[in-house]
Design a protein around this ligand. Structure first.
Ligand code: FE
Ligand code: FE
Ligand code: ZN
Length: 285
């Protein structure tokens, strides 16, 4: 069964997120490990986590995705900022041990003028410090739109980071549909080609989660502005083809569209429907 959900607020705790997920027809979800701007995390409530785990088992909630604060920059030019990123990553991964077997996604970072090679080297260095043999979480690098000096707008950049990491078995990739499209990958007209390119450059076995977002901007815009499903340049049919693609069948899909819960419920319903998919994608016409 398709694993689909959306980004939820973690303010009410884990059990509350689980209940919200079920209420909107989701069987996975994503949440920020702390305030997205990167302030201190709340104390983890172990009883809430236990209650969530029991609830998740009962209601068939599968793998979930934790998202690091998006202000975290693992490859900043400032050593103090990099050290803060390290502390945050460590602390988040320590908490994730209470929910073993899940995913932790982060934005690789922005090299801020140091050059892409230096950015890649610094990110790999951070990963080599945090990925320990004891870890029960898979850390994911998110594909980025290539805005500003962002690292991760090209599959090659992510491949180069992975290449430099020792414990590759703890590392994966999260593909964001808005980001890759904004980065210039035509997942609307040439999905098969983009997936083969991903496979050739990174390896599809590294793909562990998908962010399902429409985009407010055309292909190659490098903007990163998410749109509601079907209201942007990707469109409903292209996104449906992605969530139902046989090569992506086991992955958790999380919406990060500008919505409240009822909007998410409607998008989950829309995307679950398979019937309306035309039997061939436009590229084969
Ligand atoms: Fe993200
Ligand atoms: Fe995303
Ligand atoms: Zn984004």
């Amino acid at each position: 069964m398709l694993k689909i959900g959306c980004h939820l607020s973690s303010a009410g705790g884990f059990l509350h997120m689980g209940q919200e997920a079920v209420s909107i027809g989701a069987n996975t979800f994503q949440f920020f490990t702390r305030n997205p701007r990167g302030s201190r995390a709340k104390e983890l409530d172990v009883r809430d986590v236990e209650a969530y785990l029991a609830f998740a088992k009962e209601h068939g909630i599968g793998t979930i995705v934790a998202h690091a604060p998006y202000t975290l920059n693992a490859c900043s030019a400032d050593e103090r900022v990099r050290e803060f990123a390290h502390q945050t990553l460590c602390d988040d991964l320590k908490r994730m041990e209470y929910l073993p077997g899940n995913l932790y996604n982060f934005h690789p970072g922005s090299h801020v003028g140091q050059g892409i090679e230096r950015g890649i080297a610094l990110i790999a260095e951070q990963l080599n410090r945090i990925l320990t043999p004891e870890l029960h979480t898979t850390v994911l690098l998110e594909t980025m739109s290539g805005k500003g000096s962002e690292v991760g707008g090209r599959f090659e950049e992510l491949a180069e980071i992975i290449e430099r990491v020792e414990r590759k078995e703890k590392l994966g990739v999260c593909l964001d549909t808005c980001h890759v499209y904004d980065a210039g990958y035509d997942i609307v007209g040439h999905l098969e080609e983009v997936l083969s390119e991903f496979d050739r450059v990174i390896g599809l076995r590294r793909l562990r989660a998908v962010h399902v977002n429409d985009s407010k901007n055309p292909i190659g815009s490098h903007k990163d502005r998410h749109e509601k499903i079907g209201e942007g340049f990707l469109g409903l049919e292209a996104l449906r083809r992605i969530v139902h693609h046989p090569l992506l069948a086991d992955l958790p899909f999380c919406l990060e569209t500008p919505n409240e819960l009822p909007g998410y419920a409607a998008e989950i319903r829309l995307l679950r429907e398979e019937d309306a998919i035309p039997c061939a994608s436009p590229e084969t016409h």
